[in-house]
Design a protein. Sequence first.
Lengths: 162, 579
Amino acid sequence: MSCNCKNEPRQELENYLENGNKTESDLIPILQKAQEIYGWLPPEVLSLISEKTGIKPAKIMGVVTFYAQFRTKPVGKNLILLCQGTACHVNGSADIESAVKGELNTEEGEMTEDGLFTYNNVACLGCCSLSPVMMIGDKTYGKLTKESTVRVLNEVAKGVKA
Amino acid sequence: MRVTVGLGSCGIAAGADKVFNLLNKELEDFTPCGASAVTGCIGMCYLEPIVNIDDDVYVKVDEEGAYELVKLLKGQKNNALSYKASAQDIELLASQTRIALKNCGVINPESIDEYVLKDGYKAAEKCLKNMNFEQVIEEIKTSGLAGRGGAGFPTWFKWNAARNSVGSEEKYIICNADEGDPGAFMDRAILEGDPHAVLEGMLIAAFAIGANEGIIYVRAEYPLAIIRLEKAISQARQKGFLGKNIFGSDFNFDIRIKAGAGAFVCGEETALIASLEGGRGMPRLKPPFPAQKGFKGKPTNINNVETFANVPWIIRNGGEAFAAIGTENSKGTKVFALTGKIAKGGLVEVPMGWTIKDVVFGVGGGIQNNKSFKAVQMGGPSGGCIPAVLENVTIDYKSLAETGAIMGSGGMVVMDDTTCMVDMARFFLDFTCKESCGKCTHCRVGNRRLLEILERICGGGGKDNDIELLEELSEEIKAGSLCALGQTAPNPVLTTLKYFKNEYEDHILNKKCTAHSCKPLLTYRIIPEKCTGCTLCARKCPANAITGTVKTPHVIDSEKCVKCGDCVKLCKFDAIVTT
Ligand SMILES: Cc1cc2nc3c(=O)[nH]c(=O)nc-3n(C[C@H](O)[C@H](O)[C@H](O)COP(=O)(O)O)c2cc1C
Ligand code: FES
């Protein structure tokens, strides 16, 4: 998968990198910024960061692969964060995952064919009292059942197409 | 008249933002109260969305409820009473002792003025104007405050060590808001509901150790907390509570936020520092402790969010007042996140010395659907399960440690008889395996082997000597890991083995899961007397394992059955059972 880095996002990132003296201790915020711009971290972008800051590519990759937040694959328009924390586990989050998998016909971290969704398992979204919980974009859905999960996915998919 | 809506992340997920917008639209030009204000989470998550009108509390307010409240306010005929919180729920709230959560759900977290009206920043002013650093540390020592992040280390001792650390003028204060325990949200609620209390606590700590810079390391999954903290910091700067010459003294202090990037191990202090410095968050050997060599190699003091939130109260009311609450060796209160199979889930703050039973059956309202209480998991993946027979154990660092569990940071996941304890141990091991940084072989490989054994047992492949193997391996992992992540990872296994050995034996020897939770160990059966032959299950079965003709009892072919459990949920006649 190649990245369709248009000039604009690249410009935005370059401006950010050139603003102030960015050093190794800024690496995590830099990667967070890059991912905010691109949605994920394409190899070209990592090279650009290395070039502009002088941080070694190996060091950058080390950090990218260490933290769960950083993605080295493109994501769908809607990122689903499926909670697998303790409270959600006790209240049946495994069933919710199988519903999501079945409905989207995809595996964790993989984009659906239509590019609409990617789902990731996460540990605790901090809304344990509403477990099981998932987040799509910045919206949280609680007290999920298999049925309500499928309903939400359909609504979101429709909303995007409309 | 004042109308407020609880808008923590949990409230918003329950639909409180819709209610808030609706009230604002309707009340905008209504002079007696005007638009409604935001508050954080009061802790009664099971009743959300919650709206307060002066001292009256309205719960489970949906859009319809919001319209009823508008009618009530405007003096029209209404049905608002049916949304009013029950006297019992109000009593449960009143039965708690609130120090760290004092302002949560009460004040508007986005308004520094409301915090100041609640004696906010008075404690910091008192320290900077009338006390020296020794007196501040002494007051904290008198209070007996211990770290709320998990380890329970005396706070004054850490402050004193950082203060006495010589050789550097540059020192740092770090607030650990990485809240990694999956199933706990105390720190999130404090940051979202009362961010200034944390800033004030940090300011006091900075004065005590002589630091001029503070950093709050916040978990990436808490975007709302970050927004509220940013607002709070900028307001505090405007008021001169952060910045140069605070309260006219020669003391300077400022705070910045650093968002984590999703790694549980970064909650460990040396890993947190490595992460702040831009690297992989891997723990290192201690000593040197952060108090000697921390961020950028300088003396650094790290405390948890709740620890900091207690500090202003202690300075205002005196260390002795705090020490008067609690037990011989655990002072003050503790915030718990009650979740799982609890009837009244949410946040509670209770004095140390209450029993587990007081919490679960008192403020927690007992178990959902009147099922029986089986165990409570405390301390998350580093902690352990405390069985129902020990419900009279008191909440106290020492008594909890004696059970094999720990106080932890405040997660309390309540389990009933449908929770399988072997599966719980498997769940936590799965978590620690994913989160191990990989530095120590015992943690990286040993925990994976532990997980594999547990997976095998849950999958029906348990072998005779598995229990001995689990115990032996657990001890080795504890001995062979550098940081507390590895050292404590086997705790969920060891405590479940200690209290629920029979469940392990059932899985291994009889291939049975008494909680009916491990699907590979279940067989599904239709009770012919109950089956009406409605054909629903046969039509919906994904494996075509159910056969039968209309109006005659159906049967399940156990060879074909994939044990998804869908039929049990579908059946309207409770005719399908698992054995
Ligand atoms: C794996 C691991 C994860 C931790 N996670 C947290 C955390 O999320 N929040 C926290 O305050 N402390 C956490 N701690 C404890 C910290 O290392 C440290 O003890 C604490 O922040 C000190 O603050 P306190 O003395 O106020 O409790 C963790 C420790 C370990 C070993
Ligand atoms: S465990 Fe799922 S939100 Fe906390």
